[in-house]
Ligand binder design. Sequence first.
Ligand SMILES: Cc1ncc(COP(=O)(O)O)c(C=O)c1O
Length: 395
Amino acid sequence: MKKMSSRMDRIIPSATMRMTQTAADLKARGIDVISFTAGEPDFPTPRYIIDAACSALRDGATRYTAISGTMELRRAVAAQSESVRRVPCQPEEVIICAGAKHVLYNLFMAILDEGDEVIVPLPAWVSYPDQVRLAGGVPVGIPTTEADGWLLSPEALEKAITPRTKALVLNSPCNPTGAVYDEDALRALVNLAVHRNLLVVSDEIYRDLLYDDVAFAPALTAVNADGRNRIFTVDGVSKSYAMTGWRIGWGIGDPDIIRGMTVMQGQTISCPTAVSQSAAREALSRDADFLPAWRSEYADRRDAMVRGLNAMAGVTCRCPRGAFYVFPDVTGLASRLGAGKTDEDVARWLLDEARVATVPGSAFGAPGYLRLSYAVAMSLVNDGISRMTAAISAL
Ligand SMILES: Cc1ncc(COP(=O)(O)O)c(C=O)c1O
C-alpha cells in the first residue's frame, strides 16, 4: 500500500514559503541574509486591535463560534463591502475563514468537480493552481506579458473558455506583478466571464495597497445586478491591517456557495478562531487611519527598489502600481551567469553571492523574472540593493 495519497502528487510546497524558510534557516545558522521573500506587511498590527483582542479574551472569546463566523463580524464585513464596492451586501453572503487562502480552499472544494477547469492568468500567486488541483479541478494558465502590463485581455480569455470552464480567478492588485486593472479593463473582462456563465473569483486582498493615486476597481462593481451572484470576492485583514498571523479572511458571494463552504468548514476547522474574529471585528470598526502612512512608506521603498534594480546590468524593472512586490526581468542577468541559466539560477546565485533571498518568477508561471517584496524596512531595501549591485558588478 502506498504510504501517501495520490492527492499529494498533485500539489507542491508553496515556493514563496519555501524560499522564506530557506532564508530563515540561513539566518538561524548565523548567516546574514536579507530576505525579500516576505508576503506579509512588516508593520505591527495596530495597537487598538491588539487591545480589543485582549479584552475579548477576558470577556470570554474562548469558545467555538458559529461555523461561518460570528454574526457581528459578518455584519461588519457586509457593511465594509457595501462602502468599498457600492453594492448591497447581506451577512448571508459572507463567510469568515482562517485567512484568505482558506477561503479559496473552501471555495474550490465546494464548487469544483473532477476535471472542471479554472482559468488563472499568469503570472499568478502560487496557491491558485495547487488549490484547484487539490479540489480535483484543472488549472488553465493563460500567460500575460509585461508589455501588456501583465493584464489579461478579453480576447485571450475568450480563447481559453471551454465547456468545462467553471471559474476565472482575478487578482488585482496582483501578487506577484503588482499589476492593477482599471475600471474599464475590469468591466470588459468580468462581463465577458459572467456572460459565459463563469464564476469570477476576485481576490481583492491587496485592495488597500495602491500607489500613485490609482483607484481600486472591485469586480462586484463591474457588473449589473443580475451578474452579481457570479462574482465571488475574496478579502481579509491580513494585508490591509497587518494581521497575517491572526488568520482571518472572508468570502462574499452567492448564499448557496456560502452554504456549501460552510458545510466544508464545519467538517474541517469547525469555525475560525474566536479571538481573531473579535480582533477583525474591531479592525473594521474604525477608519484605517494608519494606512496612508503605510502606503507612503511602501511607495518610497518600491521607488528605491525599482531605481536600484534598473541600475543593475541585465535587470529591468517596471514600476508596479499595487501590492508590495516588484517583478524585474532578469533574463539579461541569467545569460550573464551562463548559457541556459534561468531565473531559478539567478535566485540561487543572489542567495549565494549577495546573501539576498528572492523568489524565482517561474514559481508564479513567469520564467525569466524574480519577485522581490518591499514589505521590509527601507534600510534593508537599501542594503539588499547594494549587495546585489556589488555582486553583479563583480561578475
Ligand atoms: C494574492 C493572495 N491571496 C491570498 C493570500 C492569502 O492571504 P491570507 O494570509 O489571508 O490567507 C495571499 C498571501 O500572500 C496573496 O498574496
